[in-house]
Design a protein around this ligand. Structure first.
Ligand code: KIV
Length: 269
């Protein structure tokens, strides 16, 4: 097991799975080396290099343009932070759907740059893909509910599980993923009651985003937590005003340059 940056024990996929019923799981996204360090120092259990980076840091309108090259570069940057938290890399659109061979090779590329696990979107239709990646020795996190890579098919970014049929399908999807070998499942933007039923139906932990409190853990996008995103979904909570802090620092720098007080003697002597 590679050494990790803080004194705590490295979180492995089986260790995270064993937290169900014992301790609530905390996961945040990080997309680069400094935020990887900060998230790990804050003591989270898992860090997700989410394909949300497409919208959050690359300025795209959706996650669809995000490529393997993008994800590998950002995953490698976070891996260089040597987090003790489990490092999960999101498989981008079309990196796992065309064939199980593509899926295994792309999951392997993430493992080679330092990811401890990969996450992919989809339910029972992805069971074969999950099985193939797990067979190659790479832990897989599932992702059901609102799956942004399939937003066009789902009818947009909407809360899932509102009808009885949709709720039953989600529970079946979770069971199929568990049977295929995932070690945990992200449940995004479903009714809270549906997330509770899924959490009770599977033996692997569920990690929720916008799906209420009855899950085994919660995940949020880092830039939403710190107040650095241009759009914050209603289910996210902002804990800081990083945008305000950054703007103020830049304005102060600009003012000091213009008035001639920066650099001061302490900066060049
Ligand atoms: O890409 C991402 O950040 C995600 C989370 C919303 C779970 O998949």
């Amino acid at each position: 097991m590679p050494e990790c940056r803080s004194r705590r024990k490295k979180v492995t996929a089986p260790a995270l799975a064993s937290m169900k019923g014992e301790k609530r799981i905390v996961m945040v996204t990080a997309y680069d080396y400094p935020t990887g360090i900060l998230a790990d120092e804050a003591g989270v259990d898992a860090i997700l290099v989410g394909d949300s980076l497409g919208m959050v840091v690359l300025g795209y309108d959706s996650t669809l343009p995000v490529t393997m090259e993008d994800m590998l570069r950002h995953t490698a940057a976070v891996a260089r932070a040597k987090p003790c938290a489990l490092l999960v890399a999101d498989m981008p659109f079309l990196s796992y759907e065309p064939s199980t061979r593509d899926a295994v090779l792309n999951a392997g590329a993430f493992a080679r740059v330092g990811a401890d696990a990969v996450k992919l979107e989809g339910g029972s239709e992805m069971a074969d893909v999950v099985r193939a990646i797990v067979r190659a020795g790479i832990p897989v996190m599932g992702h059901i509910g609102l799956t942004p890579q399939r937003a066009a098919r789902l009818g947009g970014y909407r809360r899932m599980g509102k009808t009885k049929a949709e709720a039953e399908t989600l529970i079946q999807d979770a069971r199929a993923l568990e049977e295929a070998g995932v070690f945990s499942i992200v449940i995004e933007f479903t009714k809270a009651d549906v997330a509770r039923r899924i959490t009770e139906a599977v033996s692997v932990p569920t990690i929720c985003i916008g799906s209420g409190p009855h899950c085994d853990g919660q995940v949020l996008v880092l830039h939403d937590i710190i107040g650095l995103s241009t759009f914050t979904p209603p289910f996210a909570k902002r804990y800081a005003d990083a945008a305000g802090l950054i703007r103020k620092a830049i304005e102060e720098f600009a003012r000091e340059v213009r008035e001639g007080s920066f650099p001061g003697p302490e900066h060049y002597k």
